[in-house]
Write a protein that binds this ligand. Structure first.
Ligand SMILES: [Zn+2]
Length: 430
């Protein structure tokens, strides 16, 4: 049922060349490795590929404060010493370092999520994929947890121009705090986050009693989990919660953050999901048959992030791919097995008892029953699309976007491979 879907995929070959600094666990190169697998598996044949729009400071200020974005635009590793006060004010420095091209990096991943939202709004695709996005911790006034600009919030604001109710689902191991906070007071967005909670695990929020406030009361759903959760026990909460949320909330579109740090053997994570298990969540959401924006997020063991998001791309385009990885320029990363689904090594006992999970599901269900069924929104006059692009005199958003398609749609030629050649492969995959 509804298995054929038009899929738009956004990727800027430059995005994998950024570097947070030596020893930093966030490695944008994982995006180049993922893309290389996607191309070498031939999945590009089943998608529309786009080199995405770059978000402007103006686009970012739809959510963030002007002084924060202006700081991100101006600060560089060369002049950072002149910004001592601002660094602590905006929480930039350690987890969120100033690196070369930081603002460009933000423009790329944010522009891709934004363009995905515009394409969904205009019915140009059923599913939009941006593995470079999903930076769910960024706040209105500050950076947090390796995230500077919250591309998710900005994309959802765009979706809200056309959609009365947007559902956000987050399967990163960390709580989706930045997105929850942005929409905490509204019933137009329901946020649902599945994450590790307790023992000071970052960011420390997301217990099951954070439910939203004012008009947004009961529209924030949190599923706090303990370490070591495996595929089978994850589904015991994921499937019933998402199913009930759909039934009660009746969203008109979905944004899915697919952070891969919930996989077993993640450098920073402590869950025991397999790639197939993580992918099962993506498949489940895909099969709800609603317009879907799929984003990346965390993920700190590079080879496993690339395997996971490649496999999920194959599920989204409904194409079966071989367990043997195709030859690609990062082939040595996948030694010794060179498989898409290597055997899962679990380092943690599963600390989630059936009783604990049943209690969480029960509490979530009780809260869902308290929300009014599918709040009705009187849609006001729709403001213009957020993408201003270059051609500002063209008032018709359809015409403008068609032109944009022509300009930005790219075929998978060699140019895809060129961007990745000057990677430094030194401090990969720790
Ligand atoms: Zn994370």
């Amino acid at each position: 049922m509804g298995s054929f879907k038009t899929v738009a995929y956004f990727y800027d070959p430059a995005v994998g060349n950024f570097h947070y600094g030596p020893g930093h666990p966030m490695k944008p190169q994982r995006l180049s490795v993922t893309h290389s697998l996607v191309i070498n598996y031939g999945l590009y044949k089943k998608m529309q590929l786009y080199r995405p729009y770059k978000a402007s400071a103006h686009d970012m200020c739809r959510f963030h404060s002007e002084e924060y974005i202006s700081f991100l635009q101006r600060v560089t590793p060369q002049n950072v010493h002149g910004f001592t006060k601002s660094l602590s004010h905006f929480n930039v420095g350690d987890d969120c370092p100033v690196f070369d091209g930081m603002f460009d990096f933000c423009s790329m991943y944010t522009g891709a999520s934004l363009e995905g939202a515009v394409k969904l709004n205009n019915n140009c695709c059923d599913i939009a994929i941006n593995w470079t996005g999903g930076l769910h911790h960024a706040k209105k006034f500050e950076a947090s947890g390796f995230c500077y600009v919250n591309d998710i919030v900005i994309a959802i604001l765009e979706l809200l121009k056309y959609h009365p109710r947007v559902l956000y689902i987050d399967i990163d191991i960390h709580h989706g705090d930045g997105v929850q906070e942005a929409f905490y007071l509204t019933d137009r967005v329901m946020t649902v986050s599945f994450h590790k909670y307790g023992n000071f695990f970052f960011p420390g929020t997301g217990d099951m009693y954070e439910i939203g406030a004012e008009s947004g009361r009961y529209y924030s759903v949190n599923v706090p989990l303990k370490e070591g959760i495996d595929d089978q026990t994850y589904f015991m909460v994921f499937k019933p919660v998402v199913q009930q949320v759909i039934e009660f909330y009746q969203p008109s579109c979905i944004v899915l953050q697919c952070g891969a740090d919930s996989l077993a053997s993640d450098r920073l994570g402590c869950f025991s999901l397999s790639g197939k298990g993580h992918g099962e969540c993506v498949k489940f959401v895909r099969n709800l048959n609603l317009p879907l924006l799929v984003l990346g997020g965390g993920g700190y063991t590079v080879r496993n992030v690339a395997r996971c998001w490649t496999y999920e791309t194959s599920l989204l385009v409904d194409e079966q791919i071989s367990n043997e990885l195709p030859y690609n320029e990062y082939f040595e990363f996948f030694a010794p097995d060179f498989l898409l689904h290597p055997e899962v090594v679990t380092r943690q006992e599963n600390a989630n008892s059936k009783q604990y999970l049943d209690t969480i599901v029960k509490t979530v269900m009780e809260n869902l029953k308290l929300l009014e069924h599918a709040p009705c929104v009187q849609m006001q006059e729709v403001p213009p699309d957020l993408l201003s692009l270059e051609n500002t005199e063209e008032p018709d958003p359809d015409v403008r976007n068609n032109q944009n398609d022509v300009d930005n749609r790219i075929e998978p030629t060699e140019e895809y491979y060129d961007g990745d050649k000057d990677q430094d492969k030194d401090d990969l995959d720790v």
